[in-house]
Design a protein around this ligand. Sequence first.
Ligand SMILES: Cc1cc2nc3c(=O)[nH]c(=O)nc-3n(C[C@H](O)[C@H](O)[C@H](O)COP(=O)(O)O)c2cc1C
Length: 198
Amino acid sequence: MDQQPIAPEQFNHLVKSRRSVFLKQFMKGEQVPDKIIWQLLENANWAPTHKHTAPWRFCVFTGEGLKKLASFQAALYKKNAGQHFKPDKYEKMQNNPLQCSHVISIGMKRSSEANIPEMEEIAAVACAVENIYLTAAVYGIGGYWTTGGITYETGAKEFFGLSGEDKLLGFFYLGYIGTPSIAGKREPIANKTTWVDG
Ligand SMILES: Cc1cc2nc3c(=O)[nH]c(=O)nc-3n(C[C@H](O)[C@H](O)[C@H](O)COP(=O)(O)O)c2cc1C
């Protein structure tokens, strides 16, 4: 450890006060510096990972890149939707990424060598995403993990450098916070915990 650890109460406060901040709450047109996005990714990279497979894979979209993402996902949705096509959903596919400063696609690269269950690779990526959430919170940046858009569409994952048994796990939408989220709510953890000491 190259620095003093942060005070436990500070960390506890961070964990508890971290909130998802949704598109409507973003400050329009405010750009997060790329340097901060790299820090989110750097911290994601320190997530726990069984057998060090480090299965997280990210693509960052910003600037003109957001338009590329938007066009791709709208077109793929249209192609796949057939008779279930909904114009409002198509419009969201085209517009949602454009309301962000950056969008990070969240991918899971399936290890062919480590022989660990898929569930563990997905769990490791989820740990990485929590690091993104917490890092965004300390920098005063809003964002959330969405499994909307084309997350589960056939033909989506290749656009994000994934293939075969890899999985697209969604997107992290990022922007500066215009309207803060209201305080979170959780059931007491004791309701979800069995404590065995005898
Ligand atoms: C795996 C995962 C997928 C999610 N997908 C969506 C989504 O598609 N749309 C959405 O509005 N929020 C999504 N969320 C964010 C949740 O809505 C959010 O975490 C929840 O409302 C609790 O709020 P909090 O993050 O502020 O504690 C997702 C969260 C996780 C962990």
